[in-house]
Design a protein. Structure first.
Length: 352
């Protein structure tokens, strides 16, 4: 690695460091929020302390409300919705919740069902509805097959004058592959509405940016899928209004006889999608980026380019379990690897 590139990555690692509380170093201010099971770091430049602290506090309140509303296994609105569906009842929704469910339904259709927030029952069966790491033997094959046969989907939902109901009682909602993207998008909107022009929101490695750093474009590190410490696979320079989201099996998994089975479930089989280690996408919308990264982590090798185009994603980095790195031409132009992968394949996308 050249000295220039090594310096670039050293700065990238430095900029990715988590800083607690709010800090003003004359050019940059930072705040850290705990939400969605991770730390969310907000960094802004060229704004006064009072303005930044005020909007950071407002984002914190909004994130805590969203965390309670959308949590998949703690008491809250989503739990109320799931109970109503299981009992065959309808439930009145706040307008903003109905809008998000409709948005998620459009993304499920575009992904041909690979992004499917209705499979909360399968995630619970595999032990991923808990704050503790999943342990023990896998679920019984019969139980998995029974849920898959019921084919839960957001298409089973009806929202009529704000009331939600489902014709399929197997639908159990889990928006873990969607809500964080929406939250990061909301945070950037709140920063921009408050007059902050240059900021980055980093939600556990998933990022949205406004404006630029003082020295140029914002730099984003992509975590290495081996999951060890803060090791980076690559870095990207990102433009204002872009979101970089990664979906991977290296942080949440179930260890079975020494083998890790990841938390990303293929709705078609009911089993973890273990052929892919991680997928990183760049998109102009946070929720879409979050959903697309999950869908492309489930997709087979021959179908992900078609689905990426359908989801409006042009920049994709996909790391398969055998170490092969797949990239679109757009991602190839942006990315800088810390260590050159053994095998790289470039795949163009069809027209959407």
């Amino acid at each position: 690695m050249s000295t220039r590139l090594r310096t670039w990555f050293a700065l990238l690692l430095l900029s990715a460091a988590i800083v607690s509380g709010c800090r003003d170093d004359g050019h940059r201010q930072q705040a850290t929020i705990s939400a969605f099971g991770t730390l969310v770091e907000i960094t802004a430049r060229d704004t006064d302390t009072a303005r930044f602290e005020q909007v950071a506090a407002a984002i914190d309140r909004e994130f805590q409300a969203m965390h309670r509303r959308w949590h998949a296994w703690e008491p809250g609105l989503l739990d109320d919705i799931n109970q109503a569906i299981a009992e065959g009842r309808s439930l009145q929704l706040p307008p903003e919740v109905a809008r998000l469910i409709e948005q998620a339904r459009r993304l499920e259709r575009a992904s041909e069902g690979l992004f499917n927030p209705a499979i909360g029952g399968l995630l619970e069966l595999w032990g991923f509805h808990t704050d503790e790491p999943a342990e023990g033997p896998p679920p019984k094959a019969e139980a998995i097959a029974r849920l898959v046969a019921q084919a839960p989907s957001l298409n089973d939902l009806s929202i009529d004058q704000g009331r939600i109901s489902s014709r399929n009682r197997a639908v159990q909602l889990d928006f873990g592959a969607f809500v964080k993207g929406h939250a990061v998008e909301q945070a950037l909107a709140m920063l921009a509405a408050d007059g902050i022009e240059h900021a980055i929101v980093n939600a556990g490695g998933d990022v949205g940016v406004l404006g630029r750093r003082r020295q140029g474009r914002w730099r984003v590190g992509i975590r290495h899928p081996d999951g060890r410490g803060g090791r980076l696979l690559a870095g990207l320079e990102v433009d204002s209004g872009e979101f970089v989201f990664t979906s991977g099996n290296y942080l949440r998994y179930r260890a079975i006889d020494g083998i890790r089975r990841g938390h990303i479930i293929d709705p078609r089989s009911g089993y973890p999608a273990d052929q892919v280690v991680s997928v990183t996408v760049i998109h102009r919308r946070g929720a879409e980026a979050d959903a697309a990264a999950t869908a492309l982590a489930v997709a087979a090798a021959g179908e992900w380019p078609r689905l990426a185009a359908a989801l409006g994603v042009r920049d994709v980095l996909r790391v398969d379990a055998d170490g092969t790195v797949w990239m679109t031409p757009g991602m190839q132009e942006r990315i800088r690897f810390v260590e050159q992968p053994v095998r790289i394949e470039i795949r163009s996308l069809p027209d959407a």
